[in-house]
Write a protein that binds this ligand. Sequence first.
Ligand SMILES: *Cc1c(COP(=O)(O)O)cnc(C)c1O
Length: 355
Amino acid sequence: MRPARALIDLQALRANYRLARQLGAARALAVVKADAYGHGAVVCAQALEPEADGFAVACIEEALSLREAGIQAPILLLEGFFAADELALIVRYRLWTVVHSEWQLRLLEQWSGAASIKAWLKLDSGMHRVGFSPAEYQAAWRRLQQCAAVASVVCMTHFARADEMGCARTQEQQDSFAAATAGLPGERSLRNSPSLLGWSGPASDWVRPGLMLYGMDPLDRPSASSRQLQPVMTLLSRVIAVRELAAGEPVGYGAQFVTTRPSRIGVVAMGYADGYPQCAPTGTPVAVDGQSAVLAGRVSMDMLTVDLTDLPRTGVGSEVELWGRQVSAAEVAARCHASLYELLCGVRRVSLVAT
Ligand SMILES: *Cc1c(COP(=O)(O)O)cnc(C)c1O
């Protein structure tokens, strides 16, 4: 079997979940959208289910695959529904749904099914992506509350810049939320990972940690809390061939790396079709049999090349960590000018191995 694999440390996942719940002093929906940020939604949800208050996914397809795998806990659809025919499924599979737009509200008002849906009404408190504006919010809340199919309404919003420590915009969004929801009964939900890790408030009945569950720090400067995170994924493969090259020889597509000395180049079974970013440049760190090494040459679809010249005891069969406990995923993301979110969500084709 091809040796490309991602070890998923379920103990670390559970520890990070507990940290989120403790920081929020609230119930926590574990966000497992996008296949749990590349970590495998089913295996992560199964590992968290005994203690998780619930889960959040982007859409009903993701929710149904969790239900099919036997997950019983509440599941929130963060983008809500896309068409009226999903409402019956939302009821049948006991899902919770975000309502972020007038057209969704209208579909709910027109829907005649008898039901008791928990609806999460989204406020656009300043991110300007989805949600009702502060001026529209209270009227939308009352219309939702009156829908025959709706049992309860949760007030929610989402922060745009909580990863920027001290950024005034986060407080402005909080103030906007407090003003727009003033006097409305029911639960509240704010707080994604950066809010939980970098800020002491606001109070929230439900928090929605995603990235931090996977042990990754979204903050622009680490906090005391974010230093407690434990990475969950270790992306591994092996050296499958070694080239001994003289100085001045090109390696890989486009000859983007040319040896400057007699070199040993290791070929690793891992490429951009596995989610390792093609934009990772020469010099990006890896670990080979536990020792530091670097990428040399452009990443191919199924393979990449590393410089083993200074690691004479490595060779075919040596284990290569692309990121995990030795090689920081944040460092790889930074080399690619990508976010940790994008890096992790890209992981595919490799076998996921729960540990
Ligand atoms: C993805 C998402 C989250 C989780 O965000 P993280 O930064 O990964 O913690 C929370 N809430 C909403 C609405 C989301 O879309």
